[in-house]
Design a binder for this molecule. Structure first.
Ligand code: GLN
Length: 285
């Protein structure tokens, strides 16, 4: 199908025709809003008042490409090159997980449970979203963020620069590298990979085909390998009474909590905004 004209109402008709059955109507409307905002600089009101306006050929081409990409399940955040996290517009690409709204819960928990931490460590930082949000909330904290992927760290560094925030970035494989040089921290946070290979069947192509599997998946026979390691690191590098806050697989809440509590942490489980078991907070003894 082709777009009938350069008129906004025809572009909209085209978008709904191309994308219906793949996304709900409301989501298609949301995409259009973001595309008009990005490519035309229009807010919602301008869009609603401009249905009969025409746009130039170059903008039309961009919107056409974006709709074709959406049809191939490419995430809108990749098309726009950015995602929102706690009010920040962060650069994202195929090398980092797109920040999920539920992950904001880690930041909320840190705000609730931590009094002005001096040093914070973020393991598996990806786009840097958690570290950056914590840097905004605790401006006096010294923050270290670790990731295995140099490409991910490139994105995180760019985000820190754009947000005007100083974070110490470090490349390391937390599973095998010796992190002995790290100092003591008041707070350690992490959203490590936790989706089991067997759970792939329930996932959408926009995630499976475009997001880094390195950041998502863990083996079926050892799904909690990251938490075992994180808890060891936390034992060594948290001050007494320091806090560990991790995002977890909602289907493995009890098992993950058990790993953390048997290592001497006083733990609590917390839900995300969808009511799913999503976080463990552990207080060091
Ligand atoms: N919650 C993410 C998803 O379902 C996974 C995040 C993670 O593995 N840390 O896509």
């Amino acid at each position: 199908m082709k777009i009938a004209s350069n008129r906004i109402c025809d572009i909209e008709r085209f978008a709904y025709a191309e994308l219906e059955g793949i996304y709900p109507q409301e989501e298609i409307r949301g995409f259009l809003r973001l595309l008009f905002e990005e490519y035309l600089g229009w807010d919602l009101t301008t869009w609603l008042l401009s249905k009969q306006k025409t746009i130039n050929q170059s903008d039309l081409l961009k919107i056409n490409f974006a709709i074709k990409d959406l049809k191939r399940h490419r995430p809108i955040q990749h098309i726009l090159g950015k995602a929102n996290f706690r009010g920040m517009s962060l650069a994202v690409n195929e090398n980092v997980l797109i920040p999920r709204p539920e992950t904001e819960g880690i930041v909320e928990l840190a705000k609730d449970k931590c009094r002005s931490p001096k040093r914070i460590l973020d393991l598996c930082t990806g786009s840097g979203c958690i570290a950056l949000a914590l840097a905004k909330f605790f401006p006096d904290a010294e923050i270290t963020a670790v990731d295995i992927s140099e490409k991910a760290l490139g994105v995180a560094r760019q985000n820190a620069w754009n947000q005007g925030v100083g974070i110490k970035f470090m490349q390391a494989d937390i599973l095998s590298d010796d992190l002995a040089e790290l100092p003591l921290f008041d707070l350690i946070v992490s959203n490590p990979p936790y989706v089991r290979e067997q759970e792939k069947a329930d996932m959408q192509p926009n995630v499976l085909d475009y997001e880094p599997h390195l950041a998502l998946f863990v083996p079926d026979n050892d799904p909690l390998l990251f938490y075992r390691r994180i808890v060891q690191i936390a034992r060594k590098h948290l001050v007494p009474n320091g806090l560990l806050i991790v995002e977890i697989n909602e289907n493995l809440g009890e098992e993950t909590a058990a790993i953390i509590s048997t290592n001497g942490f006083e733990i609590s489980l917390h839900n995300d905004f969808k009511g799913k078991t999503r976080f463990v907070v552990g207080k060091n003894s």
